[in-house]
Design a protein around this ligand. Structure first.
Ligand code: PMT
Length: 403
């Protein structure tokens, strides 16, 4: 287990030394990268002594260094490590990561890294609440990165509120949990559908819904990090696709059905998180509808039910559907599980009380083919995604055992 530990410049950098010690003590090979600001708080020698390895302190460490080696060192670190942990993740680092600014070793490494990224923010409470930081946080979460903390309490600046870096023990636990399940989807091909569909009314107007794609993209990211091949069939969204996924972009329910069926063969697990329109205009006029004083009505026809069709064709594949409901979550999940021949339904509440559409978090009930229900409390969509795969793998074993 190899961890690249990026240390940002904040008073919490001293806690990163304890974190490095805990990780190394529990068997991880820890390669520390310190920003210039971090070195104002703690000396590299502290980390070198705790990890038994040279600490990286600059992109171009000194003039005598072999220029070529220095120029590709961040690629080596990106390739050799299983996980990138940044603690403390300062407001500045989060902003640079969110925007892709690569002006030192750590930010360059971040762009080159393809594995799971965990960030433990630490900063002043006002800096944490600033819309710029919150916006960057949203971008990083949507990219599938795990944000640990920050905790609340009295901060080094004397103010109280969120901003304290999570405790090293808590961070180390999360790192080892992430590392230990990292490759449990190796050998699987996971087909994920995400986002809304758009159903044209005329050449300029369409019917759609509020799906942002965040749930589906989090599933794709989680599957990739756990070693799966991922095919992501995505409706129109504003998210960057996770690196390493085969992405197929579609617009309508009919296109999504076609893409799913074309990519069904290699899939071993199918997760249908997309919010597919249930109705469309079957014959879209080729001219823009003209505005008049008269009322108009739309004649809509049902779209193909892709999930139900997959239920008939799934064979040995694990089929996981979603249910977006405004009430009776368990009953509706159970009904969809049976009527669409799924192995699992992930039911989430929508409407004023639910957090399913557009938000970074979700709260779901998993209805399993074994008859069980599992409540998953509110957590980031990335954490929910991991839980769905945890339960899916257990479910497959249970279903095989009962055959
Ligand atoms: O994208 P986000 O903003 O992150 O929001 C996430 C989400 C709310 C979209 C997601 O968590 C979710 O609930 N997705 C399913 C939404 C939905 O369409 O639910 P449904 O109950 O209408 O459909 C049930 C299932 O049938 C879904 O798996 C859906 O993909 C599938 N379906 C629906 C209609 C259709 N014609 N074909 C389908 O395959």
């Amino acid at each position: 287990m190899r961890v690249a530990l990026g240390v940002g410049g904040g008073i919490a950098a001293y806690k990163a030394a304890e974190l490095a010690r805990l990780l190394a003590e529990r068997g991880a090979a820890v390669e520390v990268i310190m920003t210039a600001a971090a070195q104002q708080f703690v000396r590299p020698l502290t980390f070198a002594a705790l990890t038994g390895r040279r600490v990286i302190t600059a992109l171009f460490p000194n003039e005598e260094a072999d220029a070529l080696t220095a120029a590709i060192e961040h690629i080596r670190v990106a390739q050799e490590n299983d996980l990138l942990l940044v603690a403390p993740a300062t407001a500045d680092l989060m902003a640079k990561f969110a925007r892709g600014i690569a002006d030192d070793f750590l930010t360059t490494l971040y762009l080159a890294f393809r594995g799971p990224v965990l960030l433990a923010p630490a900063m002043n409470v006002n800096m944490w609440h600033h819309p710029a930081t919150q916006e960057n946080l949203g971008v990083l979460r949507a990219r599938g990165h795990r944000i640990i903390g920050p905790g609340e309490g009295t901060l080094a600046c004397g103010m109280a509120g969120p901003g304290r870096m999570a405790e090293p023990e808590e961070i180390a636990e999360i790192v080892f949990a992430a590392l230990s399940r990292r490759r449990d989807l190796e050998g699987e091909t996971v087909l994920v559908t995400a986002g809304p569909t758009r159903e044209a009314l005329d050449p300029v107007r369409y019917l759609s819904n509020r799906s942002s794609g965040k749930m589906g993209y989090a599933l794709a990211q989680a599957a990739l990090e756990r070693g799966a091949e991922v095919i992501l069939i995505s409706g129109p969204v504003h998210l960057a696709p996770p690196a390493g996924a085969k992405v197929v972009r579609v617009e309508t329910a009919v296109e999504m059905r076609r893409a799913v069926l074309e990519h069904l063969e290699p899939a071993t697990i199918i997760v249908k998180a997309a919010a597919v329109a249930d109705y469309h205009v079957a014959r879209v006029p080729s001219h823009k509808l003209k505005k008049t004083a008269a009322r108009i009505s739309l004649e809509l026809e049902p779209t193909p039910d892709i999930l139900a069709e997959l239920g008939q064709k799934k064979g040995d594949r694990l089929l996981i559907g979603f249910a977006a409901e405004t009430e009776n979550l368990r009953e509706e999940a159970r009904r969809k599980l049976a009527s669409k021949n799924c192995d699992m339904i992930v039911a989430n509440l929508v409407g004023p009380e639910g957090a399913a559409f557009e938000s970074d978090d979700n709260e779901v009930v998993l209805a399993l083919a074994t008859g069980e229900f599992i409540e998953v409390p509110r957590a980031s969509k990335r954490e929910i995604a991991d839980r769905i795969f945890d339960e899916a793998l257990k479910l497959r074993l249970a279903l095989h055992a009962s055959r």
